[in-house]
Design a protein around this ligand. Structure first.
Ligand code: DGY
Length: 322
């Protein structure tokens, strides 16, 4: 009997690919090119499943052109590249990779917060450029992290992980804003206090964004929100590009309206707003918050396991639409 055909739309770990090849006839994008929507649609012809990352858009037009498609497994916890209602309407199972990246991503959120507050990359560039000729009392003096007020916007699993690091590890005063309040037990465990978005922006020394991207969360932070923040505050975005208005942020950083920012995600990435590249008080990383070998492997494995589970047993392990 012939094996079901799937598309692996981006490069993945060889071990995981080998497992998929045991069960499926795999069309593999070994070159790791990012497909245009037309190429993606063409490569999906005849395929019942696909393993994607955030760079492949699954929308109504693509689903209409591929009525044989049954399941798309995203190797990411975020799934803003999926039109979920269109997938549900077309009877296509969508899956993501929750939980396996929570702590790793929270670690990185904290790394970016610390690098931003303590001006780690800015000072390293200065040293590498041979500009360090003497010690000075105010050289790269940054913002305190321990004991400071940490404001978290988006209090899902990753937000809670950042809250625990801040309150338990660094003695921070943690406030958060979220669509819904956490249970009193979880608030106590995270040592986090619910506040309005306005209060958070006005009082936090460090603001971390961990909110999923949607039409509602588009530009959660733009010029009006930046204007509410303290001039000494920092902003970290490990959520998604589009949560922050990058042009407005570049302006605020250039004008020292806020002290600094740390960004792992960008509007229109991998392109980065050119004005962000011009300001020194921003730490820029290429969407690597979940990038440890162990976690990326766990994400690939879970995406592959979702394809196998759905196509052989009719039930996904971590479904997005049930
Ligand atoms: C995720 O899992 O959503 C990360 O941002 C990687 O894409």
């Amino acid at each position: 009997m012939s094996k079901p055909s799937i598309l692996v739309a981006r490069a993945i770990f060889p071990e995981v690919l080998a497992q998929l090849r045991e069960v499926f006839d795999v069309d593999y994008n070994e070159a790791d090119d990012i497909f245009t929507p037309a190429e993606l649609s063409r490569r999906l012809q005849g395929k019942v499943g696909a393993l994607t990352t955030g760079s492949e858009r699954i929308d109504a037009a693509l689903l209409q052109a591929n009525p044989q498609l049954k399941v798309v497994a995203n190797m990411a916890v975020g799934f803003n590249n999926f039109d979920v209602p269109a997938m549900t309407a077309a009877g296509v199972q969508a899956t993501n990779t929750p939980d396996v990246l929570t702590e790793t991503t929270a670690d990185f959120g904290f790394a970016l917060l610390m690098a931003t507050a303590r001006r780690v990359t800015e000072s390293e560039h200065y040293l590498r450029a041979g500009q360090w000729t003497k010690w000075r009392y105010d050289m790269f003096a940054g913002a305190e992290v321990h004991g400071a007020t940490l404001g978290i916007i988006g209090m899902g699993r990753i937000g809670q992980g950042i809250a625990r690091r801040g309150s338990h590890g660094f003695g921070m005063n943690v406030v958060y804003h979220n669509r819904s309040r956490l249970s009193p037990e979880l608030e106590a465990e995270c040592k986090a206090r619910y506040v309005s978005k306005q209060e958070l922006l006005q009082t936090a020394d460090h603001v971390v964004l961990v909110v999923p991207y949607s039409a509602e969360s588009h530009h959660t932070i733009g010029a009006p929100e930046l204007a509410l923040m303290k001039p000494t505050a920092t902003l970290v975005n490990i959520a998604r590009g589009g949560i922050v208005d990058d042009a407005a942020l570049a302006k605020a950083l250039a004008a020292h309206q806020i002290a600094a920012a740390g960004l792992d995600v960008f509007e229109g990435e991998p392109a980065v707003h050119p004005d962000l590249l011009k300001v020194p008080n921003v730490v820029l990383t290429p969407h690597i918050a979940s990038a440890t070998v162990k976690t990326r492997m766990a994400m690939a494995q879970l995406a592959a396991d979702n394809l196998v589970a759905y196509l052989t047993q009719g039930k996904a392990l971590t479904p997005v639409n049930t």
